[in-house]
Design a protein around this ligand. Sequence first.
Ligand SMILES: [Zn+2]
Ligand SMILES: [Zn+2]
Length: 347
Amino acid sequence: MKAVVFEKFGEAPTIQTVPDPKPAADGVVIKVEATGLCRSDWHGWMGHDSDITLPHVPGHELAGVVVAAGKQVSRWKAGDRVTVPFAVGCGRCFECTSGNHQVCEHQSQPGFNAWGSFAEYVGIEHADTNLVRLPEEMEFATAASLGCRFVTSFRAIVDQGRVTPGEWVAVHGCGGVGLSAIMIASAMGANVIAIDLTDEKLDFAKKIGAVATINASTTPNVVKAVKQITNGGAHMSMDALGHPTTSFNSIANLRRRGRHVQVGLMLGEHARPQVPMDKVIAFELEILGSHGMQAYRYTAMMEMIRTGKLKPELLVGKKISLEEAPAALMAMGSFEGIGIGVVTKFQ
Ligand SMILES: [Zn+2]
Ligand SMILES: [Zn+2]
C-alpha cells in the first residue's frame, strides 16, 4: 500500500510503498476513505511525542470501510462503514471496564504508538470495543473530521465541562478544536465567546454560534474583556489552542466555581505552564483535561448530528490528496486555515 512515512523527526515525510496491514485476532483492517490533518500529527512529526518509533506513518482521524476482520471480532465485517476514536481502548483494564476507554491504561493510538491512517489501509485493534458505525448519510470526510477534535470538544463541553443552558462559555483559539467547541456549546444552549487572533476565524465563529468575539491581537487584556462581557467571568472556559498564554487566560477569566478544560496540547517547552493557583483556591475553580471520547459516547453526538443540531460538515476545510499530505503536515505548525483539512484521495 501507499503511505506517508517519516524516517527522522522534523525531516520531510515521503510517500512510500509499505506492506499492507493484517488484522489482529480481535482487530480489523480498514480501507481509509478519509483522514484528517491535525496539529497532533505535526507535534508527532516534530518529535514531541515519546510514543512514536521510527519509521512512522502518522494519521489518527480516520473513516473508511472494513476490509478484513480477525477471528475474535463478532460485531464487524467487511463492508461496514466505520470510524474510531483516536485513543483505542483495550476493553479490559480498570478504566475501560469502568467506561473510560479514552484514558485506557493500554490504549493504542494509531498514528502515534502504531502506524496511522495517512495510508491506503490501517489496522485497528480491539475492534468490538472501539469501532463506531457511520450513519448512511454521513460522508467519509465529515466522519474523519469527528475523530479527534470534534469528539474531544464534545467530551470537553458536555461530559467534562458540564455546560448547561444559559451559561457563559469562553473558547480560546478558533482552530478545529475551538470551532467544534463553539458549535457544540451553542447547541447545548450556552452563550459562547470566541477568542482568536484573526477576524476571519472570529467571523466564522459567529456564523456557527458564538454570541461575542474577542480579537486577542487588538485587545490588551483578554481576561478583563471576558469578565466584562460575561458580567463577572465565564462559567466554563476552554483552551482550545494549547499555549501558556491561552491556558492562563482560560483559567483567569473564570467566575467563582468555574471550570477550565484544557484541550489544546501542551507539549515540549509548553508542557509546564503557569497556573494562577491563588485563583484556583480562592474561587474553587476546577481544572480538567479532555482526551478524546469513548466509542459508546458517540451515540449521543451522532443523534445531535442526525437531527441537525450539530453540523460538523461545516467545519471540514480543504480536501487534499495523499501526495499533498506531507507538505500540509509540515505546515500545520505555523498555519491552520479555517476548518479541518482532510485527505480524501489516496490513489
Ligand atoms: Zn487530531
Ligand atoms: Zn483499557
